[in-house]
Design a protein around this ligand. Structure first.
Ligand SMILES: [Zn+2]
Length: 168
C-alpha cells in the first residue's frame, strides 16, 4: 500500500476559506459533473496544512489507476491544492501534513506519475518526494515518530473541527 500524491492543477487558494470553496468545486465537478460517488481523493490538504476529508479512507479512491501493482484498490490518494508544475511551492505545513498521513497509515508516498503517464503532482512535489520528504521549520524529520504523531494529531483535530463546521 502507498499514499499517492496528486495536485489539483488549478489555482492556489489564498486562504482556508478559498481552499474549502476549491474543494467544494472539485466535489461538484467529480460528483455532479462526472457522476462519481464523491471526490476522487481520500484526502485533500490546504496550503495552511489542514487535512480535509474527500471520500474518506474507508472508501476506495478513484484518482490513480485501475492497472498495475499499485492501483485504486491498495492506495490512499491525497490532493494538494495548486499547480506545482507551473510555479506553486509547497509550504512546510503542507509537507508536515502529507508526512503525517503517511505515518498514520505506515506507508510511503509516491507521486501519481509513478503509476500513470502524468506530470501530476507537479515538479515541486515530485522533487520533494524524490528527496525523501524533508520538512523544514518547526517540524522536521529530527522530531522523529513522536513529532510525526503530534503533527498528525493536529491535522486530525483540524479535520474534526472542519467536520463540525460543515456539519459532517
Ligand atoms: Zn494526479
Amino acid at each position: 500500500m502507498s499514499v499517492v500524491v496528486h495536485h489539483s492543477a488549478g489555482r492556489r487558494p489564498v486562504d482556508d476559506d478559498a481552499a474549502f470553496e476549491t474543494v467544494r468545486a472539485i466535489q461538484r465537478h467529480h460528483q455532479d459533473g462526472k457522476g462519481w460517488t464523491d471526490v476522487a481523493y481520500n484526502y485533500l490538504v490546504t496550503p495552511s496544512g489542514r487535512l480535509l476529508e474527500g471520500r474518506g479512507a474507508e472508501f476506495q479512491n478513484g484518482a490513480n489507476t485501475s492497472q498495475g501493482r499499485l492501483s485504486n484498490r491498495n492506495t490512499v490518494s491525497i490532493c494538494l491544492l495548486g499547480n506545482f508544475e507551473t510555479g506553486d511551492v509547497l509550504t512546510s505545513t503542507e509537507k508536515a501534513t502529507v508526512r503525517s498521513v503517511c505515518a498514520h497509515f505506515g506507508v510511503p508516498a509516491v507521486p501519481h506519475g509513478a503509476l500513470s503517464a502524468t506530470a501530476c503532482p507537479g515538479v515541486d512535489v515530485r522533487d520533494w518526494l524524490a528527496a525523501g520528504m524533508p520538512v523544514g521549520g518547526a517540524f522536521s524529520s529530527a522530531a522523529g515518530p513522536a513529532g510525526v504523531a503530534a503533527a498528525y494529531g493536529e491535522a486530525r483535530a483540524a479535520f474534526v473541527r472542519l467536520g463540525k463546521e460543515l456539519g459532517l
